[in-house]
Design a protein around this ligand. Structure first.
Ligand code: G4P
Length: 544
């Protein structure tokens, strides 16, 4: 299918229409990848092409510089990884992109999951030599829960890679997704010559490479029939390409925009982020195909982005992003309405009004003041702990957005203070950090120690470092006799009371006072579940 035909199916994104239809021009997305696949490099290049940065290296500088710029916390510096999530906003060809960064370490926190609740689509980056890796699969599963549309970018084609057909096959078979290549590589590694643009039947070839500039891309509008193709590609390369195209046409379904938007089909781009090849095409693909802000589920009904009244939900709260601003910022995903600075919004949980006088839009670490925002945009609202993850803010109606869950922790630890006199202080600190989603806290019904619950081991280091740095609390963690936790409820209140009574030693309350059953191991959990069939055990809990 040609680009104009695809564009007719997709939302147009020309500058003019972007102005006329700010909602239709918005694309809010995240990049999912296994560590080292090239997420940081691709992010940087997307920003470069989007004109948001002018020098390569602003996102990922080397050595000390890199740490100082992109890592917010000391723990990140020590580990050399990025733990926090950031939001970046840029424009390209009439579209406004909001890119939400997700931590790429193997060990991920609930932050990652929640960030994925705030985007409308995702780009999945694969290393061409490795294909689908463990983390890719985990993140993909989270996207699938929400039928999120995914565009695939197969990176590092400038290195020795796996056969492109085997990569396509792997995506199709392990993720159960139809794959439609948008472009097709010509050679790989040292012999990587560029790609054939299957949607527009053009050749995109790498030209001269300059160390400081992006490589020249030669576009041959007539594809393989262009007389210059014979000059630029060997007979062997052309023959192989013709053969590949024939096979693709026979084996792949045609591109179907609806199937992509429903999360059943992924367009696949090949390229190399490091050498800037394929990044431009990926951005255009995102603009043309990725969905504009989608309707968001609330308890009562779906909320359409075109509705007049402003509504949004908090998917992340972060403290101390900058030592100079010792504030806390709630990240609000706007779902409907035209937001203007100074607006008064209601926090539905408390019923209290909040005047949003100094909201921020994000570009990496720089914050700029937002005067207005549209559905799909993320705004940062500085506050002193009033706003919590899962909160809905609205202009009028009492609605509550759903789908921002707590996840059952996989690691449970007792927190031990080196100075027992600071117990109250610890309680406040843990509650603060729980609000941010750094940890979950459980108060056992019997015993005085707090139990923290985490989704991955790295969160323990983050927690200890933050307690030390920000609250001056030296803590150690001890194994708790539990391995897993489940939120419980029952149809009949008496059944629930009876369960709690008979399992008092294994009961705790989460920070909102919801009852939680702590199991010593998976076997005990399954035994209890069978024995108490009137009790419902939940691995996730919607935030209240
Ligand atoms: P991540 O955020 O997904 O963890 O990956 P990141 O971008 O940090 O990339 C991981 C490594 O892969 C980096 O090399 C990066 O330069 C390299 N890389 C990314 N894209 C490409 C590509 O298209 N081609 C090639 N050949 N390499 C690529 P590093 O040596 O670990 O880091 P650095 O010293 O280059 O910063």
């Amino acid at each position: 299918m040609s680009e104009p035909a695809l564009a007719a199916q997709a939302t147009p994104g020309s500058g003019a229409s972007g102005q006329a239809d700010p909602i239709g021009a918005r694309r809010t997305f995240a990049i999912i990848a296994h560590p080292d696949a090239g997420k940081t490099t691709l992010t940087e290049k997307l920003l470069l092409f989007g004109g948001a940065i002018h020098l390569a290296g602003a996102v990922k500088a080397r050595g000390e510089n890199r740490r100082a710029r992109s890592d917010w916390l000391k723990i990140e510096q020590q580990r050399g990884i990025s733990v926090s999530t950031s939001v970046m906003n840029f424009e390209y060809d009439g579209w406004t992109f909001n890119l939400l960064d997700t931590p790429g370490h193997e060990d991920f926190s609930e932050d990652t999951y929640r960030t994925l609740t705030a985007v409308d689509s995702a780009v999945m980056v694969l290393d061409a030599a490795k294909g689908i890796e463990t983390q890719t699969r985990k993140l993909f599963e989270v996207c699938r829960l929400r039928d999120m549309p995914i565009i695939t970018f197969i990176n590092k084609m400038d290195r020795e890679s796996r056969d492109p057909f085997s990569l396509m096959d792997e995506i199709a078979s392990t993720l159960a997704l139809d794959c439609v290549p948008a472009n097709w590589p010509i050679g790989m590694g040292m012999d990587f010559k560029g790609c054939y643009d299957l949607f527009n039947k053009r050749l995109l070839l790498t030209g001269k490479e300059n160390r400081n500039l992006e490589p020249e891309v030669i576009i041959l509008e007539k594809g393989l029939d262009d007389p210059r193709a014979a000059e630029l590609l060997s007979a062997e390369q052309r023959a192989k390409l013709r053969e590949d195209i024939e096979l693709i046409e026979a084996a792949c379904p045609p591109f179907d925009l609806e199937a992509y938007r429903q999360g059943h089909l992924t367009p696949v781009y090949f390229g190399t982020a490091l050498k800037n090849f394929g990044v431009d095409e990926l951005l255009k693909g995102l603009g043309l195909f990725a969905p504009p802000p989608r309707p968001q589920p609330s308890e009562k009904r779906m909320v359409e982005p075109t509705e007049k009244a402003v509504a949004g939900f908090v998917f992340k709260v972060q403290a101390n992003m900058d030592k100079n601003h010792r504030d806390r910022v709630a990240f609000l995903r706007l779902c409907s309405g035209h937001f203007k600075r100074g607006m008064k919004l209601k926090q539905v949980r408390s019923g209290k009004p909040i005047t949003v006088s100094n909201p921020t839009l994000f570009f990496a670490r720089d914050r700029s003041l937002a005067d207005e925002a549209w559905p799909g945009d993320i705004i940062g609202i500085p506050n002193h702990g009033t706003l919590r993850v899962g909160d809905t803010l609205t202009e009028a109606e009492d609605l509550r957005f759903t789908g921002i869950p707590n996840f059952a922790p996989e690691i449970l630890r007792r927190v031990r203070l080196s100075d027992p006199m600071k117990a109250k202080h610890l309680q406040r600190a843990l509650e603060d950090l729980a609000e941010e989603g750094v940890t979950q806290v459980f108060r056992p019904r019997i015993g005085a120690d707090w139990i923290v619950g985490l989704v991955g081991p790295l969160q323990l280091d983050v927690l200890a470092a933050r307690l030390g740095e920000e609250y001056n609390l030296q803590v150690g963690f001890e194994a708790a006799p539990y391995e897993t936790a489940r939120w419980i409820d029952a149809e009949d209140r008496h059944d629930l009371e009876q369960f709690i009574e008979q399992n008092r030693g294994a009961m705790a309350d989460d920070r909102d006072g919801a009852p939680v059953y702590l199991a010593r191991n998976a076997w005990e959990l399954s035994y209890t579940e069978k024995k108490w069939d009137k009790i419902r055990f939940h691995a996730t809990r919607e935030r209240s």
